[in-house]
Design a protein around this ligand. Structure first.
Ligand code: SAH
Length: 357
């Protein structure tokens, strides 16, 4: 066991089993040894690589999406551009560079980055120090953010939010817990069943079926939707996940670009779960907003002009044309990130479909 696993084991010995959500929270955010808290897990040398790290076009197109939405809604004089979980700050740097096309947008914008990890906040400050706009950082989303229109981007953020898992057993839906067995962390089912509100669209569960829910993701989405409905703006949430899913266990641990054991090395592997877009859309509706999609990432990027933009880049950088093409291919190809990754847009109730949807 690594040192974080030992601390988790002591906590379990003292207070009883943890939910999967509590375990995820400690593994990702423990201030000393959490995956995000202490280090930068992104990029080719890290544990995993994300769309903005693959091609600059990703952030550029999302930035232009925001500018277009702002124009369509009347070009407000003050607007907030926010990103949840900005990683290395690459998406925001690319988005702001593209947004320079409209100096009025940049003059109207306050950028807020929500980042729990001090290590990644430092990377973002360095990356964005010459961006020319006012940027502030928050550790978490809060309701000081409801005073102006909100344009919100989140790529591979919601998959990192903790999930609870329930397993269909003879005695009903029992929560999957993390406990200690033979001196090691192990999964076990809670002794008593939980009452769950499971969408009928999931169908009839078989024995052993797993139902996942992220109370953190739903609550946050509802809060975002309330602000967008009240003040205007819009959100674009991009992640791997499912829409109208069936049952299944999607919790995964990744280290050095490979899947690994979930409980074996907390803090040394990245833990995530597939995003339930149906649940996010339902939460946004509870917040009074309207949702579009989810659409496949490949389809979204095509509609936003990925082909023209990459051709332009290839002409300007003839020597790296093949690499540029390969990177775009990775983002849009259905066998790569093109369909597993999806995008959900949240807009005010009266809004028309945003670009790309
Ligand atoms: N969006 C970036 C990074 C994705 S990794 C990209 O596409 O490259 C997930 C990011 O979310 C990291 O920056 C991580 O530190 C941050 N994060 C994860 N959980 C968080 C939470 N609960 N609150 C704030 N930030 C969080």
């Amino acid at each position: 066991m690594n040192s974080l696993a030992e601390r988790i084991a002591r906590l379990i010995a003292a207070q009883g089993p943890l939910s999967v959500a509590q375990f995820m929270t400690m593994a990702l955010h423990d201030p000393q040894s959490g995956t995000y808290a202490s280090r930068d897990p992104l990029g080719t040398r890290g544990d995993f690589i994300t769309a903005p790290e693959i091609s600059q076009v990703f952030g550029e197109l999302l930035g232009l999406w925001c500018v277009q939405l702002w124009r369509d809604q009347g070009a407000a004089k003050k607007i907030r551009l926010m990103e949840l979980g900005p990683g290395r700050g690459t998406l925001m740097a690319d988005a702001l560079r593209a947004a320079k096309l409209d100096p009025k947008f940049l003059a109207a914008v306050e950028v807020v980055l929500v980042e729990a990890s001090p290590a990644l906040q430092a990377v973002q400050r360095e990356r964005l120090k010459d961006s020319g706009v006012s940027i502030r950082w928050l550790e978490r989303f809060d309701d000081s953010l409801s005073d102006r229109p909100l344009l919100l981007l989140a790529n591979e953020f919601f998959d990192a939010l903790p999930i609870r898992q329930f397993v269909h057993a003879a005695r009903g839906w029992c929560e999957r817990m993390v406990t200690i067995e033979n001196g090691q962390l192990a999964f076990a089912l809670a002794p008593s069943a939980s009452a769950l509100d499971i969408p009928a669209s999931r169908g009839k569960p078989e024995d052993g079926a797993v139902f996942e829910t992220s109370p953190a993701a739903s609550a946050l989405t509802e809060e975002i939707a309330r602000i967008i409905e009240a003040r205007g703006g819009g959100a674009l949430i991009v992640d791997y996940g499912y829409d109208n899913g069936t049952f299944g266990d999607t919790l995964q641990a990744v280290r050095d670009h490979r899947f690994t054991e979930i409980l074996a090395e907390p803090g040394d592997a990245d833990l995530s779960a597939h995003v339930d877009f149906t649940a996010l859309a339902a939460a946004a509706s509870r917040g009074g907003a309207k949702t579009f999609g989810p659409v496949a990432q490949g389809a979204l990027l095509e509609k936003l002009g990925v082909t023209a933009r990459s051709a332009q880049l290839q002409r300007a950088n003839a020597k790296s044309a093949a690499d540029i093409g390969a990177a775009i291919h990775r983002l849009v190809d259905p066998d790569k990130m093109g369909t597993l990754f999806k995008a959900l847009a949240i807009l005010p109730a009266g809004a028309a479909a945003p670009p790309g949807f």
